[in-house]
Design a protein around this ligand. Structure first.
Ligand code: FE2
Length: 283
């Protein structure tokens, strides 16, 4: 009698456990990867022209158009940004997960919906935009052309100024084109400047000269899965502190790491996808 009860209890527990695991799987695969969160933050910029006080800047990162992320989800996310009518839109890398040239056609179709900032729209490349092993220059050039056709001013170790706000766009750290020194030396001390840089590890390299402003980054996806109260176990960065959010760095620099919109493998747990809306202020 006792043995039968214990066996029945064990089967019940197993059923509850399996159900829990199935639910967790459904959540991490089917729900959280598309549960976009808009986050809001101030962005104090030194030397900001007074007419830009209070303007909005939307940061979109890591949409990863390709075989893993649903186009409808990305398009919906882009349209939600457009509805906010931000003054500036910045994209901080990883337009695609490149496996095949057809991803470039896919990107062209999705980027039709890329929101335009009222004052400026600017973007940089990430490692995945350089194709396999981050070294396919022809893929990077093609992604750049597609993004430019979608109205994004693409910066590859270049600067662009919109309505008095200057953006310095660095090419990707893991690509063959990471060479920010001369740009940062020439423009890093200009007032009213924001740096876009895909990989937060670049912040630890001795390339920043006198730059003492904001660095907007992505790349980590926040680790995609994170146990409560603990750091994410998998982060594609050398500096394991760089998961997501705001970091005060040496030399007066401040970095923001976006959790990004898309994913590599379709799993997210406790790390919702993110689009950040900053309010630009004079520092
Ligand atoms: Fe990414």
């Amino acid at each position: 009698m006792m043995a039968a009860l214990t066996r029945r209890r064990a089967i019940q527990l197993l059923a509850v456990g399996s159900g829990g695991i199935a639910l967790l799987g459904l959540y991490t695969w089917g729900f959280e990867p598309h549960w976009l969160e808009f986050t809001y933050s101030d962005l104090p910029v030194k030397g900001l022209p007074s007419e830009l006080e209070g303007k909005t800047l939307a940061q979109i990162s890591d949409i990863h158009v390709g075989p893993q992320v649903d186009d409808e989800y990305v398009i919906d996310s882009l349209q939600r940004v457009a509805q906010l009518a931000p003054d500036f839109v910045v994209f901080t890398g990883d337009f695609v997960t490149y496996r095949h040239p057809r991803q470039l056609e896919q990107l062209s179709r999705v980027l039709i919906f890329f929101p335009q900032g009222r004052l400026g729209t600017v973007g940089i490349l990430g490692n995945h935009d350089y194709g396999l092993n981050w070294h396919m220059l022809e893929v990077a050039n093609h992604v750049t052309t597609i993004a430019a056709s979608a109205g994004i001013t693409m910066l590859r170790n270049e600067a662009a100024t919109f309505a008095g706000l200057q953006f310095l766009g660095l090419d990707d750290l893991w690509s063959p084109c990471f060479a920010p020194q001369s740009l940062l030396a020439a423009k890093g001390q200009d007032p009213s400047t924001i740096v876009l840089c895909h990989n937060p590890d670049a912040a630890d390299l001795p390339v920043w000269g006198q730059y003492n402003g904001w660095i907007l980054t992505g790349h980590t996806h926040g680790g995609q899965c994170k146990p409560p109260f603990l750091p994410p176990p998998i982060l594609p960065v050398r500096n394991k502190h760089y998961s997501a959010g705001r970091f005060e760095l040496s030399g007066g620099r401040t970095m923001y790491i976006s959790r990004g919109v898309g994913h590599l493998l379709r799993v997210r747990f406790n790390v919702r996808p993110e689009i950040t809306v900053f309010r630009v202020r004079a520092a």
